[in-house]
Design a protein around this ligand. Structure first.
Ligand SMILES: C[S@@+](CC[C@H](N)C(=O)[O-])C[C@H]1O[C@@H](n2cnc3c(N)ncnc32)[C@H](O)[C@@H]1O
Length: 274
């Protein structure tokens, strides 16, 4: 069973059942323009052999990572099992500065291997970069973080082998959808505050203007005969943006601090046009 290889802010594993059970049974192509850790994509792509998948994210390092998992899974697994970086702050900060110096186009396997190491050892599995584009999340101090094993990389690789991977803004990607396609969208939450970790997805974050831009794109898709399912935070104004579509509220369990010992429940909305 393929599973996400990366922990990702807003990851959808807690809500998988609610989302998967609402995916329509008949559609042509599957599109996911805010891929992140890809919980929904990995869950359905193994079973939906007949579909073609287009997955995309605005984060270039993440897209390079998925291309590497698809094209060089054995090399990546080998890099991960033989890494000399351990679970100590000194190793972590050394790996982080190596990652920031490394050109992923020249060294995709090492860049992607380091991304997995950093993702599993950093604070809360966050991906955050500074104004120079350098990954700057601090060490996470987990007792025994687990790295993915070879089989997990191979399963993810075979899902990605049937997929087109893009690194574009959602609007560009979605302009290529056609009648009969299905789109699953999980955009970033609107930042709760300027310092909120949710601003960390990309430079500029995903603010209310972006949410409005997304809702107009989805109205265009609806007119074109494309089916969509959107998940987002249960923030009241979002329900207004999608008035006229089907909206249900679901509860998701969330780890709300780095040690995972304080759990909370947050409400999310699922919006569909079918
Ligand atoms: C909530 S996360 C997706 C989480 C994913 N569903 C999972 O299971 O891990 C949102 C993703 O949207 C991406 N993103 C942010 N702005 C974007 C944009 N304008 N176009 C495309 N992707 C964007 C971020 O890089 C991030 O990976």
């Amino acid at each position: 069973m393929a599973k996400p290889l990366l922990k990702w802010a807003g990851g959808k594993r807690q809500l998988l059942h609610e989302i998967i059970s609402r995916i329509p049974s008949g559609f042509s192509n599957y599109w996911e323009p805010f891929l992140g850790g890809g919980a929904v994509f990995f869950s359905i792509s193994e079973e939906s052999m007949g579909h073609s998948f287009v997955i995309s994210d605005i984060n270039p390092v993440l897209c390079l990572f998925y291309e590497t998992v698809r094209n060089k899974p054995m090399d990546l697994a080998e890099y991960i099992t033989s890494t000399e970086y351990h679970n100590t702050p000194a190793d972590y900060y050394e790996a982080r500065s190596r990652f920031n110096r490394l050109d992923g186009k020249v060294n995709p396997v090492e860049k992607s291997g380091l991304l997995i190491y950093l993702n599993r050892h950093c604070y809360n599995g966050l991906y955050r970069v500074n104004s120079r584009g350098e990954f700057n999340v601090p060490f996470g101090s987990y007792i025994s973080p687990k790295m993915p094993v070879r089989d997990q990389i191979m399963s993810a690789s075979s899902c990605l082998a049937r997929s087109t991977i893009m690194n574009r803004d959602f609007q560009e990607i979605l302009s290529e959808t056609e009648e009969g396609d299905f789109v699953y969208l999980d955009p970033p939450y609107e930042p709760i505050s300027q310092s909120s970790s949710f601003t960390a997805y990309s430079k500029g974050g995903f603010n209310r203007d972006q949410q409005k831009r997304l809702s107009s794109v989805l109205r265009e898709l609806d007119n074109k005969g494309v089916k969509f399912l959107l998940s987002n935070s249960g923030n009241g104004y979002l329900a207004d943006l999608y008035s006229g579509f089907n909206i249900v509220t679901v509860e998701a369990r969330r780890n709300i601090n780095s040690k995972g010992n304080r759990r909370g429940s947050v409400s999310e909305i699922l919006v569909t046009n079918y």
